[in-house]
Design a protein around this ligand. Structure first.
Ligand code: NAP
Ligand code: GDD
Length: 779
C-alpha cells in the first residue's frame, strides 16, 4: 500500500506503508542513531513527532519487552529507508512492522531518508502528515493544519505515570540490585525507563511522581534529591511547573535532563527557544567548559536554553560543539563536581563507554542546582547523588541540612559569542556566480556539508537559474514554489552597493567569488566589461567585507585561473610559475589574483586564490570547446546536425571534472593557513583528442586529414566530413598549452586530482548530451 509523507512546505515523499494505516500529523524530525530504534519509538520525548531514521536499514534486531523506554510506542509516525522484514536477535520477540501495527503507529519505507534529513536540516523542523489514505495535496494541507510544536504542551497530553519504588525495581531485570541508599523523587514529564533503571542500579530508591506535584508535596516526602525527567513539547508552556520547581530550589539538590534541564533553567529565570532542527542522535559532541573534555552524547530535544537569558549566578557548564548551544548549567557550581545524566538508551545495551572525563556518554542537556554556600569541597563519598552507572557525582556536603536561607554560590563562565550559540546552526556560505557551472556544483556540495547556502543572482531578461532549479524548487513542489534549499539575492559584480547589502544581510562565514565573464574569446569583444566584473568586481567583494568589518569572520575564495599562465613560462605550471596572461580575461583575472593576495597581506584577511585549470562537465556553458563538441557529437550521431566548426585543434588543455574541483574550493577555505593553490589533473590533451573521444562515445569513429585551416574530421564509416576548422574561432592571442602541477593541493589538502579520469569525463558529458539534445527546448 502507498504511504505519503507530506511536509508543510509542500514537499511530498511517496513510499510504501508498514505498521498501522490511516492519517497522522506531527512534527517531522530525524534521528541519526545507527541503533536504538525501539528506544526512539517508545521514548515519550518523541510524542507528537514523525521520526525519520537516517540509518538505512531499520528493524533488523526486532523488538523486545526489555528495551522499551515506556509502556508503548510514542511517536506519531515512523519513516525509514528500508524496513527489515525478518529480524534476527535472540532477545527479540517480534518484528518491527507487526509490532508497530499493534501499537497503531503508521510507518513509511522506500523513501529517501537522507534527502528528508538534509531538507529538514536546511529548512528546519516542520509540521508533517503521514498518511495511507490522503492524496499528496490533501496531505500537505493536513500538515499545514497541524498544531505547531512551539507553544505546545505535550506533557499534559501524554499524562504522568506515577510509580512506587517497588515498581521501579521491577523495571530492572536480570541484575542483582544494590542496596538503595538515597531517596529520589523523580518528576515524570515523560520519563524514560532506562533512566529509572540506571538510577536504581546505582543505589537510588526512586519514587516517580506526576508532573504537577507541588513543591510542598515533594518536600513532605523528605527526599535526598529531586530528579526532573526528559519529556516532549515546548518547555516554555509549563509555567506552573516552573513555579513549583523554583520553590524547590535552595531546599533540595536537584538535577534534570532534556526537558528537566529546560524546566530548571526556566525556574532559575532563563528562557528557551526552538532549535532549527533539534538534536536527535547518538553522536553529539559536548564540551565540559571547565575541564575542556569532550564527550560523545546521545540526545533528543528540540528546544534549547537561550544563553543570553541565563542569570549571572548560574554557570553554563556544557556546550554542544556542533552548534554551541547550551547543554548544561549548574548553580553553585563550585560545589557540583559533575552531573552526568543517565542514559537515554539509544546506545546498545551494555556497550562499553570510554570517553575520557565522562564515564557515561549519554543525553546532553542537563541542569543541576545545589543550595549550598561556599563551603570547602568535600570528598566524593559524601555526595548524595551517585548515579548513572555509578559515576554521576553531585557533591553536596550536608545533604539534609542545606539551609535555604544561605543563598546560592555564584559562578559565571564566559561564553562564545551569542550569535554562534543560538541562531547559526550551520556555517553560512555566499556564492557569487551560483548560476554557473561551478556555482551550481558548489551549492550542492555545501548543502551536503550542512551549510546554509546563499547565492548572488544577476538580473536577466530570461531565466538564468537552469543549473540550480533543482535546488531552488524541489521537484515535488514545482507548483507550490516553496521548498528552497538555497537563498538567492539579486546583485551584480559591477554594483558595490548590492554586494555590501547582500553580505550584510547574509553574514557569511565563507564567500566563494565565482562570478565572472568567464569566456576568454568573448573577453576580446567586451574587454571593459570583463575588467569591471572579473577585476574590479573582485575588489568590490573584498572591500564590501572590509567595509562591513567582517575581515576576521569571513573567509574568501577567489576563482583564479590557469589563464594567468597564458604564454607559459615553465611546464608544468605550479604556484610559483610567473604569469603571462594572453587575453583581457586573463589580465582581469590577474588583477583579481593580486588584489586578493594584497588584501590578505594588508589586512590579514583569509582571502585565497584557487588557480584552477580547465574543468568541464555536463553543465558546462555551451560555447566552451568541450561542451560544444559533446553537444555536436550527440546531435550529429542522432541526425540532428551535419557538421561541427572549431578553431584551434592543436590547443592543449589540462581538463578535469568540475564536480571534483568544487571540493577543492572548499578544502582551500578549510586549510589552517590562507594560501593559494594550483588545482589541475597533471595531464593535457588536444582539442582534437577530445573530439575523437567524444565522437567515439557517440558511436562515430573520426579520421583526421589535412593541416591548419584545411584540417578535417571524416566519419570513417560514411566518409562524410563532420568536423571543419573555422578561423573565426581563433583568438587574437592564443594560449597554446596549459598543464598544471597539483602536488601542493595533493599534499596539503589531500585532494585526489584524478578521481575522474579524462576518458570518464568525456563519457559523462556525451552520455548526458545524447539525452539532452532530444529534450524539447522551452522558452
Ligand atoms: P560560468 O559557468 O561562466 O559562470 C559564471 C557565473 O558568473 C554565472 O553564474 C554568471 O551569471 C555569473 N556572472 C557573470 N557576470 C556577472 C556579474 N557581472 N555579476 C554577477 N554575476 C555574474 O563559469 P564557471 O565555469 O562556473 O567558472 C566559475 C569561475 O571560475 C569563474 O570566475 C571563472 O572565470 C573561473 N574559472 C573557471 C574555470 C573553468 O574551467 N570552468 C577555470 C578557472 C577559473 P549568469 O548565469 O547570469 O550568466
Ligand atoms: N570556445 C572554443 N570554441 N574554443 C575553441 C574552439 C571553439 O570552437 N575551437 C578550439 N578552441 C580552443 C580555444 O582556442 C582554446 O585554446 C581551447 O579550445 C579551450 O577553449 P575554451 O573551452 O573556450 O576554454 P578556455 O581555455 O579558453 O577558458 C576556460 O578555461 C580557463 C582556465 O584555463 C574558461 O573556463 C575560463 O574561464 C578559464 O579561466
Amino acid at each position: 500500500m502507498r504511504a505519503i509523507l507530506a511536509l508543510e512546505d509542500g514537499s511530498v515523499f511517496i513510499g510504501s506503508h508498514f505498521g498501522a494505516t490511516g492519517t497522522e500529523v506531527g512534527e517531522a524530525c530525524f534521528n541519526t542513531s545507527m541503533t536504538g530504534y525501539q528506544e526512539v519509538l517508545t521514548d515519550p520525548s518523541y510524542s507528537g513527532q514523525i521520526v525519520t531514521m537516517t540509518y538505512p536499514l531499520i528493524g533488523n534486531y526486532g523488538v523486545n519487552p526489555e528495551d522499551g523506554e515506556s509502556g508503548k510506542a510514542q511517536v506519531s509516525g515512523f519513516v525509514v529507508a528500508e524496513l527489515a522484514k525478518v529480524h534476527s536477535n535472540w532477545r527479540a520477540t517480534e518484528s518491527l512492522g507487526p509490532w508497530l501495527e499493534k501499537q497503531g503507529v503508521i510507518g513509511i519505507e522506500g523513501v529517501d531518508t537522507r534527502k528528508i534529513a538534509k531538507h529538514l536540516r536546511s529548512a528546519g523542523a516542520m509540521r508533517a502528515c503521514l498518511t495511507t489514505e490522503l492524496t499528496p495535496e490533501e496531505a500537505v494541507e493536513a500538515a499545514r493544519n497541524a498544531p505547531s510544536m512551539e507553544g505546545c504542551n505535550i506533557v499534559d497530553k501524554i499524562g504522568s505515570h506515577p510509580m512506587t519504588p517497588e515498581e521501579v525495581d521491577a523495571l530492572v531485570t536480570g541484575k542483582t540490585l544494590p542496596p538503595a541508599e538515597y531517596d529520589i523523587v523523580a518528576f515524570d514529564f515523560g520519563i524514560k525507563y532506562n533512566i529509572l533503571r540506571q538510577l536504581r542500579e546505582n543505589g537510588f530508591r526512586v519514587t516517580v511522581v506526576p508532573a504537577h506535584t507541588t513543591a510542598e508535596e515533594v518536600l513532605a516526602m523528605n527526599p535526598d534529591g529531586v530528579f526532573l525527567s526528559n519529556g516532549p513539547g515546548d518547555p516554555a508552556t509549563l509555567t506552573d511547573i516552573h513555579r513549583e520547581v523554583a520553590a524547590l530550589i535552595g531546599k533540595v539538590p536537584m538535577f534534570g535532563i532534556c526537558l528537566g534541564h529546560q524546566i530548571i533553567s526556566h525556574a532559575l529565570g532563563a528562557k528557551t527557544f526552538k532549535l532549527k532542527f533539534g538534536h536527535r542522535g547518538a553522536n553529539h559532541p559536548v564540551k565540559d567548559l571547565k575541564t575542556g573534555k569532550i564527550s560523545i552524547t546521545s540526545q533528543n530535544h528540540g528546544f534549547a536554553v537561550d544563553p543570553d537569558t541565563v542569570p549571572d549566578n548560574v554557570e553554563i557548564t556544557l556546550i554542544n560543539l556542533n552548534d554551541n548551544t547550551v547543554e548544561g548549567i549548574a548553580q553553585d557550581a563550585s560545589r557540583i563536581q559533575r552531573a552526568i545524566p543517565p542514559g537515554s538508551g539509544t546506545r546498545p545495551q551494555g556497550s562499553p563507554v570510554s570517553v575520557p572525563g565522562f564515564q557515561e556518554n549519554d543525553c546532553g542537556q542537563q541542569a543541576a542546582t545545589c543550595p549550598l554556600t561556599a563551603l570547602p569541597p568535600l570528598p566524593i563519598d559524601q555526595s548524595i547523588f551517585l548515579a548513572s552507572l555509578g559515576k554521576m557525582r553531585y557533591l553536596c556536603p550536608e545533604p539534609m541540612n542545606c539551609g535555604s536561607g544561605r543563598g546560592f554560590f555564584s559562578f559565571h563562565q564566559p561564553l562564545p559569542p551569542a550569535n554562534n550559540l543560538t541562531h547559526h546552526m550551520s556555517k553560512i556560505a555566499l556564492i557569487s556566480g551560483i548560476t554557473g557551472q561551478d556555482g551550481s556544483f558548489l551549492a550542492e556540495f555545501l548543502i551536503d556539508k550542512g551549510y546554509e547556502v546563499h547565492g548572488i543572482l544577476r538580473r536577466s531578461s530570461s531565466f538564468n537559474t537552469g543549473r540550480i532549479e533543482h535546488l531552488y524548487l524541489d521537484e515535488w513542489v514545482r507548483d507550490m514554489k516553496k521548498n528552497r534549499l538555497i537563498n538567492l539575492h539579486y546583485g551584480d559584480m559591477t554594483d558595490s552597493s548590492s554586494l555590501i547589502r547582500i553580505i550584510q544581510t547574509v553574514q557569511p562565514d565563507e564567500i566563494y567569488n565565482l562570478a565572472a565573464q568567464s569566456h576568454v574569446k568573448v573577453s576580446f569583444d567586451v574587454p571593459e566589461y570583463t575588467a569591471e566584473t572579473d577585476a574590479v568586481g573582485t575588489l568590490r567583494m573584498l572591500e564590501a567585507v572590509r567595509i562591513l568589518g567582517m575581515e576576521k569572520k569571513c573567509r574568501i575564495y577567489q576563482a583564479s585561473t590557469s589563464e594567468l599562465f597564458g604564454l607559459v613560462q615553465e611546464v608544468p605550471q605550479k604556484e610559483t610559475t610567473p604569469f603571462y596572461p594572453r587575453s583581457p580575461y586573463g589580465v582581469a583575472k590577474q588583477y583579481g589574483f593580486w588584489i586578493t593576495k594584497n588584501y590578505r597581506e594588508s589586512y590579514n584577511m583569509f582571502a585565497v586564490n584557487g588557480i584552477l585549470f580547465n574543468h568541464e562537465s555536463e553543465r558546462r556553458g555551451e560555447n566552451f570547446v568541450t561542451r560544444k563538441i559533446t553537444l555536436a557529437a550527440a546531435r550529429i550521431a542522432q541526425g540532428m546536425q551535419d557538421k561541427l566548426y572549431l578553431g584551434n585543434l592543436n590547443a592543449l588543455r589540462d581538463w578535469g571534472y568540475a564536480k571534483d574541483y568544487v571540493e577543492c574550493m572548499w578544502l582551500i577555505l578549510q586549510h589552517d593557513t590562507p594560501e593559494d593553490f594550483v588545482i589541475a589533473t597533471g595531464e593535457m590533451h588536444t582539442v582534437r583528442e577530445f573530439c575523437t573521444l567524444a565522437f567515439r562515445e557517440a558511436g562515430i569513429e573520426l579520421e583526421w586529414e589535412g593541416e591548419g585551416v584545411e584540417e578535417r574530421g571524416r566519419d570513417r564509416k560514411t566518409g562524410n566530413i563532420l568536423v571543419e576548422v573555422d578561423p573565426k574561432y581563433f583568438r587574437p592571442a592564443e594560449v597554446e598549452q596549459l598543464l598544471g602541477d597539483p602536488t601542493k593541493a595533493k599534499t596539503l589538502l589531500g585532494w585526489n586530482p584524478t578521481s575522474t579520469p579524462f576518458e570518464e569525463l568525456v563519457r559523462i558529458m556525451v552520455r548526458h548530451d545524447m539525452k539532452y539534445v532530444k529534450t524539447p527546448v522551452h522558452f
